[in-house]
Structures are given as structure tokens and as C-alpha cells.
Design a protein. Structure first.
Length: 405
């Protein structure tokens, strides 16, 4: 894709101009993408290769995809063609890279390319989205496919936001409390100890324990901080470490296991329902749906169950039972759906049930995490108080006795 420098001049005040950079295939497209209210295109100049900024590789955010799919769906329902809907949505977007991508998709559609291939060539959409677009286009229900994808992405964003809020704030509070505790031990407690020495008062037994612990903290805190920072960096960079810690936590904490499995099953069932309800055959839909939990222990059993279903001719519920990674309730309802020819409805019901149940478990998990954070904060504040104030309180009576002698 080429990069053009477009000069815009104010219609009423020609001396007022502004210059913007636009990614487009040609000058005409660059001029169209640069249109702004109250301005006219005065000049379109191709930028030298060395000055080009390739923004096209940047992925589209989930929030932007929700807005885009909803807008495209509403325009398709109003009998606007897909090519025109893409053009209308692209015009006026603040993101020049997204503008260029949508106009590129529109140009491919105008050239006669199938809609799913036009989207796939942009390399900004995963296989599930491309498959949904293909199924919706083949069934003449592309607007429904866009609506389903917008809903699925929004649900994923909501759960991700709740989980982030449940973990981020407590972690920040705990880190702050750790820093406060270390500061109190290496600074405040040391000052109290020096004060006792200056007035030649021998600390009592409890104060000696507090001062000894402070000495240990002073000697080891740099190593602790380095270790903690290394652990945080490794946690962000290593998927294997995160998975190992998560598996350990799931083994020890039932609520965490229920939450994680609920999130995974919600994602799988929601994707499976979306694909199957829009015309994707069950074998392919189940294989694609398994990709939403790729990288977790849930992925391999779901893929194997899909392969068993496709290769053996067993009902899908029976194939899932041979690799029992999902809740028995899920397999039971899928079995009912297969026998009664109501699988889309049963999957939709399961999706709604698991979204509600997982939201409740998320709320319980958040409350417990907040309680743990509160208890830990009170414990650390108590240690700070004990280290800074308790030796002074214990010293007071002894000083009074010393003064009376």
C-alpha cells in the first residue's frame, strides 16, 4: 500500500491549510479518504519510500471491531451493499491505517473478489472471523454474521475487563504495601533504634526481635526487589510460567478452577454456537471453536473430540464424552440437541447459562481477592506500626522509671 501526503485547504479561508498522511492504493483513493468537512483537497503527493510509515500491520482493536461490525450490520440491513457500507464507514475515521484497510477490502469487492477472501487478504482478522464472514455470505445472512461477531467480541471484552479489574488493583495495592513495609524497616525502624541508642536505653526483648528483623530486611531487600521484578517480567513474557502457576492455583483453589473452566467453556460454547448457527458444519465449527482455548490444557481434548466426531460417525456428544474436558451438563444438553434436531437452540441456551454463571463466579472471586488484599494490607500495616511505634511505646515507661531514680 502506498503512502500519500494530502494537503487540505479551508473552503472559506484558503490561507488555512493542513497536511495529513494517508495510506491508499492510488491518488484518487487517498483524496477520498482525506475528505474533511469545510476543506477541499488541494494537493495529493506520493511520499518517498524512505519516509513511508507502514501502519497497515497494526491489528484492529477489539473495541474498534465491535463498532465496525455493528455499523456494517446495520447498513446491510438497510439494503446498502457491502462495498458501499465499507466506504461509508471508512470515511471520516481518525485511524488512517484502518481507513486504508477498509478501502482495500472495498476495492477487492468491486473487482469481484468474494467477501471472505477480500477480508482475509488484509491479514487483520483471525480464522474464526473469516469463516463467519464466508458462512454469512454463502447463506445470504452476512448482516447476522457481523452481529454475531460483534456480540461475541463484546462478551470477551467484558469478561477480560472484569478479570483485569479483579487482579490489577489488588496486585497494585499489595505492591504498594510491600514497598511501604520495606521503607519502614530500613528507614523508620532504624531511626527508632538510633534514638534508643542516643539516650542509652537498652531495648526490651520484643524490641530486640523487631530490630533484628529490621537488620535482616536491610541486608536482603535489594535481592528481594530484584527477585520480585524478575518474577513479574518472567510472568509477562513466559506463557509456560503463567500456565504452570495457573494449573497449580487451580489444583489448590476450587473457586479459581471453577472460574477458569467457566471462562474457557463460555468461550468455546459461544464460538461453537455462533459458527454452527450461521451455517458452518458441526465438525468444522467444533475444530474452529477449539482454537479460542489454544495454549491451554482444554485445547487438545476438544480437538481430539472433533477428530473423533468427524472420523468415526459418532454423535458429537459421544465424541466429547470420550475426551471429557467439558462439564457433564454441556455434553448432556448437546446430546439432547442432536437427538431433537435443536442443537443451535441448546447451544444458545448453554452459552447464556455459562455467561451468567461465570459472571457470578467472577463476582465471588473478586470479593474474595478483595478480602485477601484487605487482610494482607492490614497485616503489613500492623508490621509497619509494630516496627515503628511499638519500641517507642515500650521505651516510655522505662524512661519514666529512669527519671524517677
Amino acid at each position: 500500500m502506498n503512502v500519500f501526503q494530502v494537503t487540505l485547504r479551508n473552503i472559506k479561508r484558503p490561507e488555512v491549510a493542513k497536511i495529513i498522511d494517508v495510506e491508499a492504493h492510488n491518488r484518487e483513493q487517498a483524496a477520498m479518504l482525506s475528505e474533511r468537512a469545510g476543506f477541499r483537497v488541494a494537493l495529493v503527493k506520493a511520499m518517498p519510500i524512505g519516509d513511508r510509515k507502514l501502519k497497515g500491520k497494526k491489528n484492529i482493536s477489539m473495541k474498534e471491531m465491535v463498532k465496525m461490525f455493528r455499523a456494517l450490520s446495520s447498513m446491510l440491513k438497510a439494503n446498502i451493499s457491502t462495498a458501499d457500507a465499507l466506504m461509508y464507514y471508512a470515511q471520516g475515521l481518525p485511524d488512517a491505517g484502518l481507513q486504508g484497510s477498509l478501502m482495500s477490502i472495498r476495492n477487492r469487492l468491486e473487482a469481484g473478489m468474494p467477501v471472505h477472501i477480500a477480508f482475509a487478504k488484509e491479514r487483520k482478522f483471525d480464522a474464526t472471523i473469516i469463516t463467519m464472514i464466508e458462512a454469512g455470505s454463502d447463506a445470504g445472512k452476512l448482516h447476522e454474521a457481523f452481529t454475531s461477531m460483534a456480540r461475541k467480541i463484546k462478551v470477551e471484552m467484558a469478561f477480560a475487563s472484569k478479570l483485569r479489574n479483579a487482579l490489577l488493583v489488588p496486585c497494585l495495592v499489595i505492591l504498594f504495601q510491600i514497598v511501604l513495609f520495606i521503607w519502614s524497616q530500613i528507614s523508620v525502624v532504624g531511626q527508632v533504634e538510633d534514638t534508643l541508642k542516643s539516650i542509652r536505653q537498652e531495648p526490651d526483648g520484643l524490641s530486640k526481635v523487631i530490630f533484628s528483623f529490621s537488620h535482616i530486611v536491610k541486608a536482603t531487600w535489594p535481592f528481594f526487589i530484584i527477585g520480585l521484578a524478575s518474577f513479574i517480567v518472567a510472568l509477562f513474557r513466559s506463557a509456560n510460567l503463567r500456565q504452570t502457576l495457573l494449573n497449580f492455583g487451580m489444583e489448590k483453589w476450587r473457586l479459581l478452577k471453577k472460574l477458569v473452566m467457566g471462562l474457557r467453556q463460555t468461550a468455546y460454547i459461544g464460538t461453537l454456537q455462533m459458527l454452527y448457527a450461521n451455517g458452518i458444519n458441526l465438525a468444522r465449527a467444533s475444530m474452529l471453536a477449539a482454537k479460542v482455548v489454544q495454549g491451554t490444557p482444554t485445547y487438545a481434548p476438544l480437538v481430539e473430540a472433533s477428530q473423533i466426531y468427524e472420523g468415526s460417525g459418532l454423535p458429537f456428544a459421544e465424541a466429547l464424552k470420550k475426551r471429557p474436558i467439558l462439564d457433564p451438563q454441556v455434553m448432556h444438553m448437546i446430546s439432547i440437541g442432536e437427538r431433537s434436531a435443536s442443537l443451535p437452540e441448546q447451544l444458545e441456551m448453554l452459552r447464556d447459562i455459562y455467561e451468567e454463571d461465570t459472571a457470578q463466579v467472577m463476582s465471588d472471586f473478586t470479593q474474595i481477592i478483595n478480602l485477601i488484599t484487605l487482610v494482607l494490607a492490614m497485616f503489613l500495616i500492623g508490621l509497619v506500626f509494630a516496627g515503628a511505634m511499638l519500641p517507642i511505646f515500650l521505651m516510655g515507661p522505662r524512661m519514666m522509671q529512669s527519671g524517677m531514680r
